[in-house]
Design a binder for this molecule. Sequence first.
Ligand code: SF4
Ligand SMILES: [Zn+2]
Ligand SMILES: [Zn+2]
Length: 309
Amino acid sequence: MRCRRCRSPEIVIELRRHNAAFCRDCFLHHCREQVRRTIEDFEMFHAGERIIVAVSGGKDSLGLWDLLLDLDYDADGLYLGLGIGDYSSASATTTRAFAQRRGAKLVEIDLPGDHGFDIPTAAAVTRRVPCSACGLSKRHLFNAAAQQGGYAVLATGHNLDDEAAVLFGNVLRWEREYLGRQLPVLAATPGFVRKVKPLVRLGEREMAAYCILTGIDYIVEECPNAVGNKHLGYKEALNAIEEQSPGAKNAFYFGFLARASPLFRDDAAIRDELESCSSCGSPTTGDVCAFCKLVTRVANPAPAGEVGG
Ligand code: SF4
Ligand SMILES: [Zn+2]
Ligand SMILES: [Zn+2]
């Protein structure tokens, strides 16, 4: 087997869905090209716009940041400390080391230090799974940080495997509203910055290979709260399908975007007039936004025995 691009016999990776194999340099070129094309095809952003990349210390977010810097985009990193024990300590150290190595600017927010709670405490007080308070905090704080920093766009490291798994879950339950919003670009709306996912053409395996080949030190451990969640189950199911039929994930996700996604657009349209949160100014349908409610609730937990809603 030879490299598809330069015919070298020194193959580092085989990509069955592309029916191709690559040498090191051509594989890195392939990753940059996939990201460059995705940014262009979906009109995610253009040179000169300021981008902030949500980074967790994992292969996808650090790989994305690295690729954007290599493509000469003006990209800063945004790290949110969640206070999830050793996982958060390791992810902070790894992210800072990467930023330093690349000489890139890292914006940091610390949930315990800046907002007075960590994710395990929020989960205990709300009596919900940790991912619920975590997802809410990330959505709110990423958007707020991007707005306050004057960034044009917030980029996240969701890859093809992530997007196909989320789509799979949304289709299983026919979540019309989520399906309508599952796009690689969400345009800015009043109070919300533009959001983009430039890695949707690259899979998990490609991102791990990209980091290893470029010497990016990333944290391999998943967040302990991810263990056993539905999302991982959907990924496993799709991996089994991909094994039998290479390219199935790609066809599923990009086929959805081309043929089905427009059918759900109306379900995702914002129906309510948004007000400004009386506490933080973020857009909300009520008087106080969900994040500020969470902050208040964690600061004033209900007495034992009282189950909150
Ligand atoms: S798996 Fe961990 S990092 Fe991811 S949403 Fe859940 S708590 Fe947050
Ligand atoms: Zn080659
Ligand atoms: Zn608020």
